[in-house]
Design a protein around this ligand. Structure first.
Ligand code: CMC
Length: 361
């Protein structure tokens, strides 16, 4: 039975490599450990875009151009914000991004990088009856995203969010990146391709997991017994959010990168007790999963510590997938350009297993 395209290689890429056995993530020749917490998001955007746009400027200029794109996107979506705020926060962001021009140039790409960072705080504020805050084109991308959310952004929180955006910027041929490449292979524009990625990212088996991780932590805290709560979920056929991966057979390296960021934040706010509790839940979940699924190595994935990090920097659960999209937009765009450059339409086959028509004599 054709099932989930496991182990099928559908693209050659210079962008990233996921080593699921060794537990390593390589992004354009750099290990995740080299990038996370050290490179800024704008630098990683430049790294991913290099060779895919003729007019790509240096890091500092690119950071400024992303700032300008935030202002441009805000001006474009402003008249629609009240309508978009009636949708759930992810659909509102996606609908706002759908009105952006559908070209292939750097300006198109930068608007798509800027849009989740602008739309998410604006829609969250409107949902709370507050006025959206205009972007500051001179601010750094992550810091401005937090400032548009809460009015201020401490350097520590801005750095933590920036590290998150870097950590999730690209990750091989995951479901949303594949969806993006399929659309790009038709030579549709970048907005069309990124909208496909957004659709795939939304589901709880992919980018929709971190919100439910917080719900799980809260439910376990209320129950007072992590092992019993988790075992009950498994007994009812539920999946434990933040654990398991199609490619990783060992711990997802992004989980450790994000945990280190949360730990650093813990020294300057109340995050440390939440982290200590989450670590206990993580250990209980790993024990329960080892007993329930002995044939499979199910380990912590990126979403578990994503949830703690995004909670600590001030985003509500329902916006976690939006922030994932804000980081992953860079990878999607680079993959779309890489796929367009091949000139090859992605068009696999299906095997017909339905009934045959009656033969007419
Ligand atoms: N909780 C309980 N059982 C699980 C889990 C889990 N989190 N993950 C895998 N399994 C079970 C699965 O039900 C299956 O059991 P059985 O063989 O008895 O039917 C077995 O393990 C198969 O495991 P697999 O083939 O390694 O897993 P998969 O490729 O089908 O699923 C996954 C990968 C990410 C969809 C899955 O692990 C899952 O649903 N995790 C929870 C949701 C989640 O955290 N998603 C975020 C993924 S990481 C973000 C990203 O990179 O996109």
């Amino acid at each position: 039975m054709a099932n989930g395209l496991d182990d099928v290689v559908a693209a050659d890429t210079v962008l990233s490599d996921v080593d699921g056995v060794g537990g390593h993530l390589t992004i354009r020749g750099h290990s995740l450990a080299e990038l996370a917490g050290r490179w800024r998001y704008a630098q990683v955007v430049r790294l991913l875009f290099d060779g895919f746009f003729d007019d790509l400027p240096g890091d500092a200029e690119l950071e400024k151009a992303i700032g300008k794109a935030r202002v441009e996107v805000f001006d474009r979506v402003k008249p629609l914000l009240a309508q978009l705020a009636r949708l759930d926060i992810y659909s509102g962001m996606r609908a706002g991004m759908a009105i952006l021009p559908d070209g292939d140039g750097l300006a198109d790409a930068l608007r798509l990088i800027a849009a989740p960072a602008v739309l998410t705080p604006a829609l969250l504020r409107l949902g709370q009856g507050e006025t959206p805050i205009t972007p500051d084109e001179k601010a750094d991308h992550a810091g401005d995203m937090l400032r548009m959310l809460a009015g201020t952004a401490s350097p520590a929180l801005a750095k933590a969010l920036d590290s998150y955006l870097v950590t999730v910027c690209d990750h091989g041929l995951n479901a949303s990146t594949f969806a993006t490449r399929v659309v790009a292979s038709t030579q549709a524009g970048l907005t069309s391709a990124i909208l496909a990625g957004l659709g795939a990212l939304k589901g709880p088996l992919h980018g929709g997991a971190p919100g439910p991780v917080i719900e799980m932590l809260d439910a376990i805290e209320a129950s007072g017994d992590a092992t019993a709560w988790l075992s009950d979920e498994i007994a009812h056929g539920e999946r434990i959010m933040g654990f398991g991966h199609r490619i990783y057979r060992v711990r997802d390296p992004r989980a450790d990168a994000l945990k280190a960021v949360v730990r650093q934040l813990g020294s300057c706010n109340e995050t440390s007790s939440r982290l200590a509790f989450a670590e206990k839940v993580e250990q209980a979940a790993l024990d329960v999963l080892r007993i329930a699924k002995p044939q499979r190595s199910i380990q912590t994935n990126v979403e578990f510590y994503t949830a703690l990090l995004l909670e600590a920097v001030g985003f509500p659960n329902e916006a976690f997938s939006n922030v994932f999209a804000a980081g992953r937009a860079a990878g999607w765009i680079a993959h779309a350009r890489e796929q367009q450059a091949t000139g090859r339409l992605i068009r696999p086959q299906s095997r017909y297993v339905g009934p045959l028509p009656d033969l007419v004599a």
